[in-house]
Design a protein around this ligand. Structure first.
Ligand code: ADP
Ligand code: MG
Length: 212
């Protein structure tokens, strides 16, 4: 059956799981970025999510739009790399689409994630196959929509999204980067996982764990 809701507590749990995954995988993400970028993706994401958890504090906002406005603004202002404004815009659009509510049903979750994806597109202008975080996020959001349209509950739909993000991440290996710093390498960017697609797979893993 379709249905169920995601509460604001679960959304805060999503953020705290993502923070933990960024801290645990800081060296790994930086290693990926050292192959095709400037070796800072792990530190950017770990620093950004630490700042987010500090900002939202012990008593987070009880309105989804307000909570994610804090998250987005913190990432935009505390992360110097490309990923800060991109993830920041994702969370800002997620929140503004969700609105001043305390929980999201499946349709509202799907619409908010779709809007967040649109924010990354508007800001970064990457297309599918450009070897960016968009290559993991776009199939994840598509999978979530398809699951929900087929009547899946939120736990099943987010698990499907997480699996699609992993597949999208892995599919970046043979690609030649056409956006961001990795594009300066031209053909030499092929043969490596994209760091941003890898952090995005963790973002959807964290969401699936938070609502399970
Ligand atoms: P920087 O590239 O400024 O050092 P990071 O290392 O933190 O920033 O992030 C790099 C990641 O950002 C890339 O692996 C890629 O996934 C993503 N990225 C870069 N440019 C774009 C873009 N225009 N659109 C979408 N994602 C992008
Ligand atoms: Mg970098």
């Amino acid at each position: 059956m379709a249905g169920g809701t995601v509460t604001i507590d679960q959304l805060v749990h999503w953020l705290s799981r993502f923070d933990a995954l960024m801290a645990e995988n800081r060296s790994y993400l930086t290693e990926l970025d050292s192959a095709i970028g400037d070796a800072d993706h792990g530190s950017n994401m770990a620093r950004g999510m630490t700042a987010v958890m500090e900002k939202i504090g012990a008593t987070p906002s009880t309105a989804v739009d307000e909570l994610f406005k804090q998250v987005g603004m913190t990432l935009v202002t505390s992360v110097g790399g490309a990923s800060g404004p991109l993830y920041g815009t994702f969370f800002l659009r997620f929140g503004s689409t969700a609105g001043p509510v305390a929980e999201l049903d499946a349709g509202a979750l799907a619409a908010s994630l779709r809007a967040g994806l649109g924010g990354i597109l508007a800001r970064g202008k990457a297309e599918l196959g450009d070897k960016t975080m968009f290559d993991a996020m776009s199939p994840a959001v598509d999978a979530l929509d398809a699951e929900i349209a087929a009547g899946a509950d939120i736990a099943t739909a987010t698990a499907g999204a997480a699996a699609a993000a992993v597949a999208g991440r892995d599919a970046t290996v043979p690609l030649v980067a056409r956006k961001g710093r990795a594009s300066y390498l031209g053909d030499r960017s092929a043969g490596h996982l994209d760091p941003g697609a890898t952090s995005t797979a963790f973002l959807f893993q964290a969401l699936a764990e938070a609502v399970a």
